[in-house]
Design a protein around this ligand. Structure first.
Ligand code: SF4
Length: 80
């Protein structure tokens, strides 16, 4: 899944989004609530918060490599 703001986009692999333990961890670590766990236990991205990303890398550190990608739309789509 992917959600785009004006400046930032966040992409999460579908298998990672379906991993309840990982979903809970991502929802816990992000300081600006970009990740939320819905009733099914799966992860969803909160579109209105995407541009609030502070590039802290906590989500990247919490997830297996490649499971979460932070894309800087304002910088030619380079990845964090
Ligand atoms: S880099 Fe930080 S602020 Fe941005 S989505 Fe990941 S945890 Fe949230």
């Amino acid at each position: 899944m992917r959600a785009d703001g004006i400046f930032i986009a966040v992409e999460v692999e579908d298998s990672a989004a379906a991993d309840r333990a990982l979903a809970a961890k991502l929802a816990e670590v992000c300081p600006v609530d970009i990740f939320v766990v819905v009733a099914s236990g799966e992860l969803e991205l909160v579109e209105k918060n995407i541009d609030e990303c502070v590039l802290c890398r906590l989500c990247l550190d919490a997830a297996p490599q490649g499971a979460v990608t932070i894309i800087k739309r304002y910088d030619n789509d380079t990845q964090l």
